[in-house]
Ligand binder design. Structure first.
Ligand SMILES: Cc1ncc(COP(=O)(O)O)c(C=O)c1O
Length: 422
């Protein structure tokens, strides 16, 4: 019997007796849109850093739903808070508010060390948080109160940037293959070379509304901005009156061993986007605006959402943040991340290791990364290849040293299997 047949959803999911992974995938391909290609496995259960597929096979989850399952799968405290909130008050419209929404906004402002007058807007995903930030940037247009006479129309993003798939976020995303089928995209966005301070300073002028940066580019293969870049960006944007908006959807909520990856840069951005790890697996996104002026750019009626800031989503996030804090998880992120990076660097065939905390990218000496992912699945490890020779790890923040070591021990065989399959 597979796990799905033991769970309460069995009444809702037509399992037709024992359904194998292959059978589920046949049903998938005839019912779901093909935008994700063929899923690698059908997963039915998780606990901590482990997940199981429909055929009962166990995996060490080193991807965590792509940096989402901060406290692992089915964390007892997080799940109990979610169910008790759901059983108390599941949803209210944004004509109303709820204590969890307010408490979460306050908590995020505290954790991000936001200055007085800072505010939060809740969304349901990363791309929606970025979309709100895009609209915020448009409001820094230099226009008069009547909306006319815009002098700032340029928005700057970086080559390699990934900010999401809705139209505004897609305009900020650099990859041509993602953009081209959907043009025309919202205008005014320019992409400049990654990590080049001179190119940034040259690009920022009095027509610039905002600069969008990921402190570490996740989808581009875990590429950190060079030291000093964020400070230079802050200086140049302040001088020109442009907003500095940091997309911490992937890097935020403890992923790098700090609440925000940008924390050590010693700057105050104008806005930060969050999502992924924030709800510990429950969908939620947030836009934080820093200081009273930026926080007043979007006024009543200029943006909204039905589900954003929902009591259950905000309770899930409060529970996740509480669990991270009370279990001193950021210490674990730093130590296990450091251990993984130093051990990875010593593996034959690994040419470069990048990242911070438990957001790690490493390059291989051959274009075999997708085959390494396949070999990993066969051996019981979930990993990801954002490029032909790059592997990304973004496991739950509670990954243990022993679990990290089990992957390091398996990696040489995975690399060899991948190379043999070429
Ligand atoms: C930096 C960054 N911004 C935005 C997004 C979009 O988030 P979502 O997939 O939740 O819409 C992602 C997703 O990978 C991301 O990494």
């Amino acid at each position: 019997m597979s796990q799905i047949e033991k769970s309460p959803v069995v009444e809702l999911v037509e399992t037709r007796g024992h359904t194998t992974g292959a059978e589920w995938l046949t049903r998938y391909s005839s019912s779901l849109m093909g935008v994700f290609g063929t899923p690698q496995r059908v997963l039915v259960r998780g606990a901590g850093c482990l997940v199981w597929d429909a055929d009962g096979k166990e995996y060490l989850d080193l991807l965590g739903g792509i940096a989402v399952n901060a406290m692992g799968h089915a964390h007892p405290f997080v799940t109990s808070v979610i169910s008790s909130q759901l059983a108390t008050l599941g949803h209210v419209s944004n004509f109303f508010t709820s204590p969890t929404q307010i408490a979460l906004a306050e908590k995020l402002l505290e954790l991000s060390k936001a200055p007085a007058g800072s505010k939060v807007f809740f969304a349901n995903s990363g791309t929606e948080a970025v979309e709100a930030a895009f609209k915020l940037a448009r409001r820094n247009s230099g226009a008069g109160a009547d909306g006319t006479g815009k002098t700032r129309t340029k928005i700057i993003a970086l080559e390699g940037a990934f900010h999401g798939r809705t139209m505004g976020a897609l305009a900020l995303t650099a990859k041509e293959a993602y953009r081209a089928p959907f043009e025309p995209l919202p205008g005014g966005v320019v992409h400049i070379p990654f990590g080049d301070v001179d190119a940034l300073v040259d690009a920022i002028d009095e027509t610039t509304a905002a600069v969008f940066l990921e402190p570490i580019q996740g989808e581009a293969g875990v590429r950190p901005l060079p030291a000093g870049y964020l400070q230079a960006a802050r200086e140049a944007t302040t001088k020109a009156g442009a907003l500095l908006i940091l997309d911490e959807v992937q890097t935020g909520i403890g992923r790098t061993g700090k609440w925000l990856a940008s924390e050590d840069a010693g700057i105050v951005p104008d806005a930060v986007t969050l999502a992924k790890g924030l709800g510990g697996g429950f969908p939620i996104g947030a836009l934080l605006t820093f200081g009273p002026e930026t926080s007043a750019l979007l006024t009543a009626g200029q943006h909204g959402t039905t589900f954003g800031g929902n009591p259950v989503a905000t309770a899930a996030a409060l529970a996740t943040l509480h669990a991270i804090e009370s279990q001193r998880v950021l210490d674990n992120v730093r130590s296990v991340g450091e251990r993984l990076r130093s051990k990875l660097a010593a593996v034959d065939g690994v040419t470069e290791v990048r990242g911070e905390g438990l957001l790690i990218g490493f390059d291989l000496d051959a274009e075999v990364a997708p085959a390494v992912v396949t070999a990993g699945l066969d051996a019981g490890f979930i990993i990801n290849s954002p490029g032909p020779r790059t592997i990304r790890l973004a496991p739950p923040l509670i990954l243990t040293a022993e679990q990290a070591d089990s992957f390091i021990q398996a990696l040489p065989t995975l690399l060899q299997t991948a190379k043999d399959a070429q």
